[in-house]
Design a protein around this ligand. Structure first.
Ligand code: SF4
Ligand code: SF4
Length: 470
């Protein structure tokens, strides 16, 4: 059975248990190479999320999605609603990256960078700080409600709620300048409620979502809510990196006295169940590849420690591929990796080029609908347009409105003008065309709009209709 079929098969098994009551997974703490890597990633990503909002750049918040001003600052770049296709482009690249990295390295995203995993880690860490390790937590859960249990419960819940609200506050701080938001929050604590209703709603809503997903639901988000867990099997093949138990080496597993019997042949697995105890989704990796596995590598780290202790070589559970487990050859470069890789690289290069070569002007031409045309005299027809010109740069720019040189049309009066940064200028433009040059009642006319930044010229050519009597 190939790798994607095995995962599908596991889905069917697990779907029959959907209505079973949920048992909380208490995990044992584990240290090791991969857990250190995960910690480094966690510190980096959380630092980025909570720290970036406080960073200033060129006199403004480095990352600020200013909805009222309709400006989106990301360091030295400012985007406008007209640039929204960049967001769609970014999402396409994100989806393609997910395909590429999943086909190459399995659930690397889930184990090391997914916000659900990262925030759950910090909530679990707080829980351990208050309630102790796995055994202490299980003991506490089984205990009747007494002073110790109530105190620990209140302490843990308070830490979770405060952390959740701080997360919500930071998120809102990417939409409302975070320093102003901080002052308003402090002012609210001193008696005068200074936060706006939407700010309050989103802080509480996102704080609650973080608390619920990372404190309570945890692995259930991965098992039942995340669509990625469901479709990742389609991206797996026999050369994808997976975490796997070496059954050939480990079986038959045996522990204690049985291992000392000389007439019984035993494998390297000492059946200590440590790999099950550290698993955040509560599975037994020795049962084979399972869709519940989020690729956290906790079982690799703990099993390596066990192997070290019993004097056997590490790697009973390890990162491998299905081909390698079957003593075959792993192919890193394969058609789907090449196709995803090439597509992603092309999109990325084009994206960077498009971002740095954005035009500082966006133009919409709206025709005066009340009067289609005006007969100036027996030989000339006039049409009136309203130009909506947006200055997408960070400085005031001077815009010139012209017609191509070869046309016989003329603009009645020059409407060239300066427009402030971020402003949409309404520019009425009146054009006169000799009736003899018209080919019918509806004609096409071209406009040339130009501006200059630091000596570099930018031009937009826009077309519209020119109406004349039938
Ligand atoms: S941690 Fe290693 S030795 Fe212990 S049960 Fe798991 S696979 Fe076997
Ligand atoms: S099986 Fe291992 S790698 Fe997979 S989720 Fe459990 S501990 Fe993490």
């Amino acid at each position: 059975m190939d790798i994607s079929n095995k995962i599908e098969h596991r889905f069917k098994d697990s779907d029959s248990n959907l209505y079973a009551s949920h048992e909380k997974v208490h995990t044992r703490e584990v240290k090791g190479v991969f857990q250190n890597l995960r910690k480094i990633m966690m510190i980096f990503l959380l630092g980025l999320y909570y720290g970036l909002a406080w960073l200033n750049w060129d006199g403004h918040q480095a990352v600020l999605f200013d909805l009222p001003e309709r400006q989106f600052h990301i360091f030295f770049l400012t985007f406008w609603p007209q640039d929204f296709f960049f967001l769609a482009w970014l999402l396409i690249m994100a989806a393609l990256s997910l395909f590429f990295f999943t086909a190459l390295a399995g659930r690397l995203w889930c184990g090391y960078a997914c916000p659900q995993t990262v925030w759950t880690e910090i909530f679990v860490w707080m829980e351990r700080l208050v309630e102790g390790d796995r055994n202490a937590q299980k003991k506490l859960a089984a205990m009747p409600w007494n002073r110790e249990k109530i105190t620990k419960c209140i302490t843990k819940q308070t830490m979770w709620i405060v952390f959740g609200l701080w997360t919500g506050f930071t998120l809102v701080g990417y939409f409302t300048p975070i320093r102003e938001l901080g002052s308003a929050t402090l002012e609210s604590f001193s008696g005068t409620y200074a936060l706006g209703p939407w700010e309050t709603f989103w802080i509480v809503f996102y704080g609650f979502a973080t608390y619920g997903n990372s404190g309570f639901l945890r692995e259930q988000v991965c098992l039942y809510m995340c669509p990625y867990a469901r479709f990742q099997s389609a991206m797996f093949d026999k050369d994808t990196l997976i975490i796997s138990y070496d059954g050939e080496r480990g079986e038959p597993r045996a522990k204690g006295k049985k291992r000392k019997q000389t007439d019984v042949q035993v494998g390297d697995c000492v059946d200590c169940t440590m790999c099950v105890q550290v698993c955040p989704t509560g599975i037994d990796i020795r049962e084979g590849l399972q869709y519940e596995c989020i690729g956290c590598a906790a079982c690799i780290d703990v099993c390596d420690q066990v192997m070290d202790k019993v004097g056997m070589p590490k790697g009973l559970i390890k990162y491998t591929t299905e081909h390698a487990s079957e003593h075959g050859e792993t192919h890193i470069l394969r058609p789907r990796i090449i196709v995803y890789g090439v597509l992603l690289s092309l999109l990325f290069v084009a994206f960077v080029y498009a971002i740095f070569n954005r035009s500082p002007l966006a133009v919409d031409i709206i025709r005066d609908r009340s009067t289609l045309y005006r007969v100036v005299d027996a030989e000339h027809i006039e049409n009136v347009y309203n130009f909506k010109v947006m200055n997408k740069s960070k400085e005031s720019l001077f815009y010139q409105f012209a017609l191509p040189e070869e046309t016989s049309a003329t603009i009645l009066a020059s409407q060239d003008r300066a427009i402030r940064p971020g402003e949409v200028g309404n520019v009425p433009v009146s054009v006169i065309l000799p009736a003899a040059d018209l080919s019918g009642a509806i004609n096409t006319i071209e406009f040339v709009i130009t501006t200059e930044i630091d000596g570099e010229s930018f031009q937009v050519n826009e077309h519209s209709r020119f109406f004349a009597p039938r």
